[in-house]
Design a protein around this ligand. Structure first.
Ligand SMILES: NC(=O)c1ccc[n+]([C@@H]2O[C@H](COP(=O)([O-])OP(=O)(O)OC[C@H]3O[C@@H](n4cnc5c(N)ncnc54)[C@H](O)[C@@H]3O)[C@@H](O)[C@H]2O)c1
Length: 460
C-alpha cells in the first residue's frame, strides 16, 4: 500500500515537473473575486509615499498597516492618509524587523514593498513565506543566487510577486508595443534603452533633511543617500536595469517565447560623483567625502543576446550632467523608432519602410496616436494626476486588479529574476574585462511554452 501511494505521488510529481513549475498558476487564481484589497506597506519613504498618494484615490484599497523604522517617514505618510480623510493604518516602527509583525496580520491581503535594494530580497521572500502576494519596487539584484532564490521561494509557496516596473506602462512604449505586435517594424532585430538620469542630487543631501542640496551620504543620512550611494561606492555594473529592460522585454516576449541568453558589459572610468562632491565643497573647507573612491563607472554599457536572435543595448548613466532620457530604440527588419525625450509621442524619430517618405525621418506622433493602447484610452484621464506621467497609476492598477480578480500578475517572478540578474552578471562581466556571461533560464525551459500576457486587454 505504502509503495503504491509513493508510486502515485511520484507519478504526480513527475507530471508536475513535466508541465514545468513556471506554467502552473499562482495561489492568486485560487482566491476568488474580491471587491476590496487590504494592503500592508513595507517601507514608506519617498517612493512608498508616492504609492500611498495614488492608493488614496482608490475606493477598492484599504491601507490597513504600514512598517518603517523611520518615524519621520511614518509621520509624513500618516499625514497624507489623514488629509485624505481615510482610516489610519496600524503602524510597525519598532526597528528593522517590525515588518514581520505586519506580516502576521490576517487582515493583510497583500503587501507593497518600497524598501532599499539591499532589503528587497528579505522583505519579498518573508512576505511570500507569510502567504502575502507582493508588489515589489524596482532595483537590481545583489547576487545571482538571490535571483534563483526568488524563483525557488515562489515555486515552493506559489505566492506570487509582481515587479512594479512602471515604465512598462509608459504611453509611448505601450503604443510601440502595439506596433511591434502588429508587425509594423517587421521582425525585431535590435533594441536599446537605458537609465540615463542625472541622479547626483538624489545621491547626496545635507545629511539631515531629504531633498536638500549637500554632499552627505551613508548610514544616518535620510532617504536615498542613506543607502543608494553606497552601491556606487562598492559596485561597478548596471545597478538599475529594469526601467529600460522591462518594456523592451515585454516587446521581445522574454520568458514567453523568447529569453535572454547572454550578456557582456563594459564601464567607463568613474569621475562624476567625485567631481560633484569637489564642486560642492564650500570654498576653503575640507570634507571627508572628497576621499571616497567610487567604483561605479560613469557610463556602463551592457549588450544582451536573446534566444530569438535579437540584441539589446542597455546604458546606465546616472553620475553626469544630462537631461533625463531613457534613449529607447526599437528596430526591426521594416523600420525603427528612436525616442529623444521623456515619453511624449512627438519626442523622437520614426521610419517605416513603405509608409514613411523614402529614407526620411518622420515624427512618431501620428503613428503612436493611431496605436495608442486601449488601457490608456480607457484610463488615461484617471491616470493623468499619477506620478511619472501616469505610469504609476497603471502599475498599481494592474497589481490591485489581479488580486481582486484572482488573476496571475502580468509581470512575475521569472521576469523579476531575469531582470534582476542583469546587475550581478554585468558586475562580473566588467570585472572580467567584458567577458561574456550566460544568463540562466529561470523558467527551466517553460519560456518555450509560456504565452505573452502583458497589456492584452483594456482592464489592467
Ligand atoms: N519605480 C519608480 O519609478 C521608482 C522611483 C523611485 C524609487 N523607486 C524604488 O523604490 C525603492 C525605495 O526608494 P526610495 O526613493 O523611496 O528610498 P527612501 O530611502 O526614500 O525610502 C526607503 C524607505 O525604506 C525604509 N526602510 C529601511 N529599512 C526598513 C525595514 N527594515 N523595514 C521597513 N522599512 C524600511 C526607510 O526607512 C525608508 O523610509 C527603491 O527600490 C527604488 O529603486 C522606484
Amino acid at each position: 500500500m505504502q509503495s503504491e501511494v509513493n508510486r502515485r505521488e511520484f507519478i504526480r510529481n513527475s507530471a508536475i515537473a513535466g508541465i514545468g513549475m513556471a506554467v502552473l498558476p499562482s495561489a492568486l487564481s485560487a482566491t476568488g473575486m474580491k471587491t476590496k484589497v487590504r494592503l500592508g506597506l513595507i517601507a514608506v519613504g519617498r517612493r512608498g509615499q508616492v504609492h500611498v498618494a495614488e492608493l488614496l484615490n482608490r475606493t477598492d484599497v484599504e491601507i490597513v498597516a504600514m512598517a518603517d523604522p523611520d518615524t519621520q517617514m511614518m509621520a509624513k505618510t500618516r499625514a497624507l492618509i489623514s488629509a485624505a480623510g481615510k482610516k489610519l493604518p496600524a503602524e510597525y516602527a519598532k526597528g528593522n524587523d517590525d515588518y514581520r509583525n505586519l506580516l502576521k496580520r490576517d487582515d493583510v491581503d497583500a503587501v507593497l514593498i518600497s524598501s532599499p535594494w539591499e532589503l528587497h530580497f528579505e522583505h519579498c521572500v518573508e512576505s511570500m513565506r507569510a502567504g502575502k502576494p507582493v508588489g515589489l519596487e524596482v532595483g537590481g539584484g545583489l547576487t545571482l543566487q538571490e535571483c534563483r532564490d526568488y524563483v525557488q521561494a515562489y515555486e515552493q509557496t506559489r505566492v506570487p510577486v509582481m515587479i512594479l516596473e512602471n515604465a512598462c506602462y509608459r504611453r509611448d512604449l505601450m503604443a510601440i508595443t502595439n506596433m511591434v505586435r502588429k508587425g509594423l517594424f517587421g521582425e525585431l532585430l535590435h533594441l536599446q534603452g537605458g537609465y540615463q538620469h542625472d541622479m547626483r542630487a538624489r545621491k547626496f543631501n545635507n545629511g539631515t533633511v531629504p531633498d536638500t542640496p549637500g554632499i552627505e551620504f551613508g548610514p544616518g543620512t535620510p532617504s536615498t543617500p542613506g543607502w543608494r550611494t553606497q552601491h556606487s561606492v562598492n559596485r561597478n555594473g548596471d545597478l538599475y536595469p529594469t526601467h529600460s529592460l522591462g518594456p523592451l522585454a515585454v516587446m521581445l516576449d522574454i520568458n514567453r517565447g523568447n529569453r535572454i541568453t547572454a550578456l557582456s558589459s563594459v564601464a567607463t572610468k568613474s569621475r562624476g560623483l567625485h567631481r560633484y562632491i569637489m564642486n560642492n565643497i564650500p570654498a576653503g573647507q575640507k570634507h571627508r567625502n572628497a576621499d571616497v573612491q567610487f567604483k561605479l563607472g560613469d557610463i556602463v554599457t551592457t549588450t544582451l543576446q536573446t534566444a530569438n536572435g535579437e540584441t539589446i543595448v542597455l546604458t546606465h548613466d546616472t553620475s553626469s550632467p544630462r537631461p533625463y532620457n531613457l534613449g529607447f530604440r526599437v528596430q526591426g527588419t521594416a523600420g525603427l523608432w528612436q525616442e529623444s525625450g521623456g515619453g511624449e509621442f512627438a519626442d523622437g524619430l520614426l521610419y517605416l519602410e513603405g509608409a514613411s517618405p523614402a529614407k526620411k525621418w518622420e515624427s512618431p506622433s501620428p503613428h503612436l496616436q493611431a496605436n495608442d493602447h486601449s488601457l490608456w484610452k480607457v484610463f488615461g484621464r484617471q491616470a493623468e494626476s499619477a506620478g511619472h506621467g501616469g505610469m504609476d497609476f497603471f502599475i498599481l492598477h494592474a497589481f490591485i486588479e489581479c488580486i481582486k480578480q484572482g488573476k496571475d500578475f502580468p509581470l512575475d517572478v521569472y521576469d523579476l529574476a531575469t531582470w534582476h540578474a542583469i546587475t550581478p552578471l554585468s558586475e562580473t562581466s566588467i570585472a572580467q574585462g567584458g567577458q561574456l556571461q550566460l544568463v540562466p533560464d529561470f523558467t527551466n525551459g517553460a519560456w518555450q511554452r509560456r504565452k505573452p500576457v502583458f497589456g492584452l486587454n483594456s482592464e489592467y
